[in-house]
Design a protein around this ligand. Structure first.
Ligand SMILES: Cc1ncc(COP(=O)(O)O)c(C=O)c1O
Length: 426
């Protein structure tokens, strides 16, 4: 970082520190017991993140009493905003009846019925506590169904943190990498080249129909159709990771492109803000988890299908009628266009990429790829937006929640452009 940039960062951090002494103290207290001050790598941003205390609608409050308009919604999971009255009511009612049982409950059956009713390709479903577990079990199901071990995963994909999907990371045995093929984005010929010679070993290709962590970009219909053909030809399963993309439409992103995967993973919004995710798909594959079968796949989990989370998910999905999706998408376009207009007038190098109601702020010449690496400008944008009263992911990811008004969106657009002007061309 150049000296002048350093001074800007120091000034900004000083302004941020002045408003957040309790978060600073909390960070110090936390780092003594939690490496890095929290239990999520993704929630750290320098100098320290604000520690949030409460939320209602799209507003969140930190421990110092600062109010932010939250356009992240716990990494896109709070589609109705914080503490939506319907969700709170459903959670309270279930919590009074009992938080969890060592037995199945009606809430999980009802949520399963709702999701199977919404997603054509999902005939059977199973719940997990996190998206990481969901993709882990979808891959295991594909490996069991095909008797093969190799999995194709796209560059810059994010499918959680289990070994197969973070092959090459410290702590993951190098041999795990032998079972993973990295595939190029939107390049079917490149996919063919990458899997050439390994066709007979490939259990599955996994793809996010809309990449989130990879920089908010939708896969083209041609890519998804091409993958469907490849999987059919070589006898591998096609897995859509819709953990983030499911907010695109009542039937998920797959319903918009008309490509039917064998398995789908879900998370984020389906738990209504509570820890719940799922994997599901063709009965023929999923029925391998049927405990009545000899040699059934094992899938335990003390909190799987938790009734409180399932009740929150059901209450959330009940609000998500087709017109709600249309309105969320309209707000995202309003943000994109609002930033484009203001940026043109201010001659600022910033834009917002949009896929359904997901968005990512890109500075200067950033692309989906380069915007993911958190550079100096990006860290500065995060702090400048905090100081302006807006909360996004440090890497510029955001999502529209239903309580966001046109005015909220317009004010965010203005704050983004103002921050970009202050950051300069970089
Ligand atoms: C596409 C995708 N897959 C998997 C995951 C992992 O989900 P979780 O954080 O619930 O483990 C995420 C989380 O951001 C995601 O966006």
């Amino acid at each position: 970082m150049a000296l002048a940039d350093r001074a800007v960062a120091d000034d900004l951090h000083a302004a941020y520190r002045a408003r957040t002494p309790r978060s600073a103290a909390m960070f110090e207290r936390a780092t003594a017991v939690l490496p890095g001050g929290s239990t999520r790598t993704t929630t750290f941003a320098p100098p320290y993140p604000p520690y949030l205390d409460s939320g209602a609608g799209i507003h969140v409050r930190d421990v110092d009493g600062n109010d932010y308009r939250d356009f992240l919604g716990n990494y896109t999971s709070l589609i109705l905003g914080h503490a939506h009255p319907d969700v709170v009511r459903a959670v309270e009612a279930q919590a009074r009846r009992g938080s969890a049982f060592g037995a199945p409950s009606e809430a999980e059956v009802a949520l399963a019925e709702e999701l199977v009713g919404r997603i054509d390709s999902v005939e059977r479903i199973r719940f997990t506590n996190s998206g990481t577990e969901a993709t882990m079990f979808a891959i295991r199901a594909a490996r069991a169904a095909t008797g093969r071990a190799v999995v194709g995963v796209f560059e810059r994909a994010y499918h959680g943190t289990h070994d197969t999907v973070v092959a090459g990371s410290p702590g993951v045995p190098p041999t795990v990498g032998d079972l993973v093929v990295t595939l190029p984005w939107d390049d079917l010929d490149g996919v063919e080249r990458a899997i050439a010679g390994r066709d007979a070993d490939l259990a599955a290709i996994v793809i996010e129909p809309i990449q989130g962590a990879g920089g908010v970009r939708a896969a083209s219909r041609a890519l998804l159709e091409g993958l469907r053909d490849i999987c059919d030809r070589i006898g591998a399963l096609l897995i859509f990771d819709e953990i983030i993309a499911f907010r695109a439409a009542p039937g998920g992103a797959q319903s918009l492109v008309g490509v039917r995967p064998d398995l789908t993973t879900l998370g984020k919004i389906i738990g209504g803000g509570y820890p719940l995710a799922a994997f599901g798909g063709a009965a023929e594959v999923m029925d391998r988890f049927d405990a009545r079968r000899a040699g059934a796949l094992t899938h335990g989990g003390t909190f799987n299908g938790n009734p409180v989370a399932a009740a929150a998910g059901l209450a959330t999905l009940a609000r998500l009628t087709p017109d709600v999706y249309a309105d969320l998408d309209r707000q995202a376009v309003r943000l994109r266009d609002g930033v484009a207009d203001r940026a043109a007038r201010a001659e600022a190098g910033v834009r917002v990429a949009v896929a359904a109601s997901l968005f990512q702020v890109r500075l200067g010449q950033e692309t989906a790829a380069s915007a993911v690496a958190t550079g100096a400008g990006r860290a500065e944008l995060f702090v400048r937006l905090l100081l302006a009263g807006f909360y996004l992911a440090p890497r510029g990811l955001g999502a529209i929640a239903t309580p966001a008004t046109d005015a909220d969106v317009d004010e965010l657009a203005a704050a983004i452009v103002e921050a970009a002007v202050a950051i300069g061309p970089g």
